[in-house]
Design a protein around this ligand. Sequence first.
Ligand SMILES: [Fe+2]
Length: 444
Amino acid sequence: MLHRDSRGLALSGADAAAIAGFEAAQHQFSCYIGDPVATIDAVIERCPQFVLAHAMRAYLMLLGAEPAGLAPARESYAAARLAPANDRERGHLEAVRQALDGNLIAAAAALEDVAIAHPRDLLAIQAGQLLDFLIGDSRMLRDRVARALPEWSPAMPGYHAMLGMHAFGLEEMGQYARAEAAGRRALELEPRDTWATHAVAHVIEMECRPADGIRFMRDSVAHWADDSFFSVHNWWHLALFHLELGEVDTVLALYDDAEKIKGAASPVVFDMIDASAMLWRLMLRGVDVGPRWQPLADAWAPLARSGLSAFNDAHAVMAFACAGRHDLVEAVLSSQSDAIRGAGDHGRITREVGRPVALALAAFVHGDHAAALRLLRPVRNIASRFGGSHAQRDLIDLTMIEAAIRSGEQATAAALVAERADLRPASPLTQLLRGRLQERPAAA
Ligand SMILES: [Fe+2]
């Protein structure tokens, strides 16, 4: 008997109860709440031939850029490819296979084809957007969703997720008013959509409205903070608003709180990225973060040679260099050399972006600010290739400004601060940087 999901798409190897479980897992995945892995595992237990359940499990394992996720994702792929599948499901398996081989661009393209043929395939669109995020394809973050939206209606299950994803894509393309409207509409439909919360936080970050951001995040905290595997990142966004206002004690309290950013206590890669990025921004501002780098370096240490993501590498290097773990910095650089010699997207991205960024961060910590600036200048405008959001990659701009100031390259520093002021004219941090420019005499 042919079974279909609530949007009319055929599902192989499922029964009605398994489809209900699959849709529950999809809801958790698209809201970043609960435990979608446990939910989908129960579905697979019931229906081991359920192809898309295996694919969803593989995406959950792969798309967090966790080295530990590769083996279970391979198991899911191996289980799924033996089961009867329709064309749409075979498209998903092709995407999983490409991602397993490290070909994230090809995986994103495979899911593009799936969603062109089946614009109501929410899993294809969500997994595709996460791939767009990992490869820094801003345009597809928006258009992957936009091209499917005409086939959706507000009454369809998951419509909020489409709006939340569209909001994030619009934001990354600089269409802030439309992005904020879409994100807020998603939250009206589903207040627990923490991806939509995140999209609105991004708009507010890019428009530099920190007081609005603090209000928005704190007013909605009951919806995004509990039982969400995205909460650390949303706490990180709240901390960014406080940091913009110079409220360093609040930022450090959020960093240290085991229920919020969690410091070095989380073994999740995306959480460690947030921890590194926050300490690095504090360091750039001249804040003494005390002994916080050491435990974070310890947390990153098992991943020094993982060779999976240049974006991960950069954040690991921040912790290693600032903790004085030069052996681990060298381990990352050596692993990157291996990656550059290899095939696939990772080697190319590492060569173009990951390697110079890692070298620049290490040089900055060594006090060679001129080298840091020289390495970052040609990379900044192509840095999207190693993934992340504009807000995350702003760290590169901030590092360049500080490197220019500290190396006495006054004219370059003034130019970089001026372009920042053009984008964020009311920013207290911009004012602080202007003040720093006055303090430092130009190099002789
Ligand atoms: Fe973000």
